[in-house]
Design a protein around this ligand. Structure first.
Ligand code: B12
Length: 268
């Protein structure tokens, strides 16, 4: 059985790293679990809140480690790889995400394989390659995926107390939502703008913005209510409300039909 660990870094620079959630991880780990079942053992190695000095002690042995590289985390992520190579020398390290996409050459020095673009399908190809002892150094997908073809990202990779939290929906001048149990959601992929200051050059050239279908939004919120007692959601989408009027109405009606409060805020 192939042991795959997807690491989320300490996020030590954040006042409260639990205002967000590891969505890339939920999504890819759900896919791995669904498609590969008993062939894999998948883990979300959540290092949030752990002093980076002691992070290695929290990482179980795996055959394959995944990381989504962000510029603010890159030094810590590289250091982790170096430590893990000493402790678990057989393991391979795969990296995608904003910083790996923008600086693939630099990242190839530290990781065994780099992923550029939306890599749902390429991850499965890389696993096949790894099992044939033929892991490639670079996997690129220039096309955008259809977000509605993929299952709802499950949260079962974290404990219930980690997923369902209070103080997720507080407003600056109104604390009446403070005690509600909330979590974050992501109902879209990408961004339609081409801002000069944005680090995501590759994303800008991508498939633009795509939203989940209303019935899939309802499915996810109902799952969060049923399994996690969620009373409110915080939207992490870059563009929380679709810009086309018709699409915005069905999107908001789907959320509205679930009887939860919601907050449109990329919390970082
Ligand atoms: C939701 C979100 C968050 C969430 C969830 C992040 C997560 N890691 O899951 C939260 C709130 C936690 C968050 C936090 C931060 N975020 Co943020 N976030 C986003 C947002 C809006 C969407 C990312 C997402 O989850 N998409 C859904 C998933 C499924 O897609 P994806 O991540 O793109 O992954 C796909 C591919 O990139 C690839 N892939 C990615 N990683 C990997 C890894 C492997 C091994 C493989 C095979 C493939 C792969 O395959 C995936 C499927 O197609 C993006 C904007 C954007 N357009 O991407 C900003 C963005 C990624 N965030 C950004 C930043 C700066 C941050 C913070 C540093 C903010 C801060 N100042 O604290 C923190 C970092 C915290 C941390 N340690 O992770 C920047 C990153 C810029 C950079 N150069 O690194 C972005 C691009 C926004 C921006 N334009 O500035 N973020």
């Amino acid at each position: 059985m192939l042991r795959i660990g997807f690491i989320f870094p300490s996020s030590h620079y954040l006042f409260d790293p639990f205002k967000g959630d590891p969505h890339t991880h939920f999504h890819l780990l759900t896919l791995l679990e669904d498609r590969l079942g008993a062939q894999v053992e998948v883990k979300l190695i959540d290092l949030r809140g752990i002093d980076p000095k002691f992070a290695l002690y929290h990482v179980p042995e795996c055959d394959m480690f995944l990381q989504s590289i962000y510029t603010l985390d890159v030094d810590e992520q590289i250091e982790l790889v170096a430590g893990l190579r000493k402790d678990y020398p057989q393991a391979v390290h795969l990296a995608g995400g904003p910083h790996a996409q923008e600086f693939p050459k630099e990242m190839q020095e530290f990781f065994d394989a780099i992923f550029i673009g939306e890599c749902e399908e390429l991850l499965f190809r890389a696993i096949e390659d790894f099992e044939r002892n033929d892991l490639q150094k670079l996997y690129t997908n220039p096309q955008g995926i259809d977000v509605n073809e993929y299952p709802m990202p499950r949260r079962n990779f974290l404990s219930k107390s980690n997923v369902s939290r209070t103080d997720m929906l507080s407003l600056k001048r109104d604390s009446s939502f403070k005690e509600l149990r909330g979590t974050t959601v992501l109902f879209s992929r990408g961004c339609p703008y081409q801002c000069a200051f944005c680090a995501m050059e590759k994303t800008r050239k991508g498939a633009g913005i795509r939203y989940r279908r209303p019935d899939l939004i309802v499915e996810e919120i109902e799952y969060l209510k049923r399994d996690y007692g969620i009373q409110g959601i915080s939207l992490l989408d870059e563009i929380g409300i679709p810009m086309r009027r018709k699409e915005a109405i069905t999107h908001l009606e789907a959320i509205g039909s679930c009887d939860v409060v919601w907050l449109g805020a990329h919390s970082q």
